[in-house]
Design a protein around this ligand. Structure first.
Ligand code: KIV
Length: 271
């Protein structure tokens, strides 16, 4: 259960101030129902572009559209009042130019009321982060395994395993911190690399498959609930089998309809 009492939505500076004080807890949400449930439990909610795969059943995150992220983010903001809300910027919505990135990130903030955006940003894209932060857009920089680079990387592969690759990730981290990112999300990064970046950074690091060395952890909610099907990443701890609960409830409904012609309910209007 939650160990903190919060009465207002956590702000980005408050999230940053948690570094070194307490571990940061985060989960993804795409819908109002999940957002409402996790709001009192987590520090921030990410509307991840993973919804392309988890929510829409697509093969990668690349097809996620700006309008889709805006719709899901609005649902999450409108259904929550405590957690900081961060929207994931979809592929091709910020890589073209600084101006394109600002236009689209500003739209996301203005139309949804979310608190910040997350960008998959290597060293090259750090100048975009700098441009956005200077114009009032708080940015969480996602480094390490970046799913929007799946075609460049040739799959979803753990990062930082060789000295050369560890150096690339450390340079990505440095560039984004210098650019003003308020946090680094480390995905699929080797423990030693995650630990060093966390030690070197004044901003909090959030890990997903990046070891306990990070300042906080995030998981895709459907993964920990057992709603993601068979393709569960190896680092995920499944806390519940909600899929089985849903299947069972639906089977009992089907049985009622087939046997009795009607599900027994508390009220039946019109009878
Ligand atoms: O899209 C997503 O869900 C993410 C994960 C790292 C949480 O970016």
């Amino acid at each position: 259960m939650s160990t903190h009492i919060r009465t207002k939505r956590l702000t980005v500076p408050q999230l940053v101030a948690m570094k070194g004080q307490q571990k940061i807890v985060s989960l993804t949400a795409y819908s109002s129902s999940i957002a409402r449930l996790i709001d009192p439990v987590v520090d921030f909610i990410l509307i991840g572009d993973s919804t392309a795969m988890v929510g829409y059943g697509r093969a990668s995150t690349l097809s996620m559209q700006l309008e889709e992220i805006i719709g899901h983010t609005r649902a999450v903001v409108d259904s929550t009042r405590l957690a900081c809300v961060i929207a994931d910027m979809p592929f091709a919505s910020y890589q073209e130019s600084h101006e394109q990135a600002f236009r689209n990130c500003a739209q996301v903030l203005a139309r949804t009321g979310c608190d910040a955006v997350k960008l998959e940003a290597n060293k090259t894209l750090a100048s975009t982060v700098e441009f956005l932060v200077a114009r009032g857009i708080p940015v969480m920089a996602h480094i390490g395994l970046m799913p929007q680079f799946v075609n460049v990387m040739g799959g979803f592969k753990a990062q930082g395993l060789s000295a050369q690759n560890a150096g690339v990730i450390a340079a990505d981290a440095r560039a984004n911190l210098e650019a003003g990112a308020f946090s680094l999300l480390l995905e699929g990064v080797a423990e030693g690399v995650a630990r060093q970046i966390t030690l070197d950074s004044e901003m909090p690091t959030i890990g997903i498959g990046a070891s306990p060395a990070c300042d906080g952890q995030i998981l895709v909610t459907e993964d920990l609930l057992g709603l993601s099907g068979e393709h569960l990443p190896r680092f995920v701890k499944q806390y519940a089998d909600v899929g089985a609960v849903i299947r069972d409830a639906c089977e009992r409904f089907a049985e009622d309809v087939r046997n009795a012609g009607f599900p027994e309910a508390r009220h039946c209007y019109g009878l």
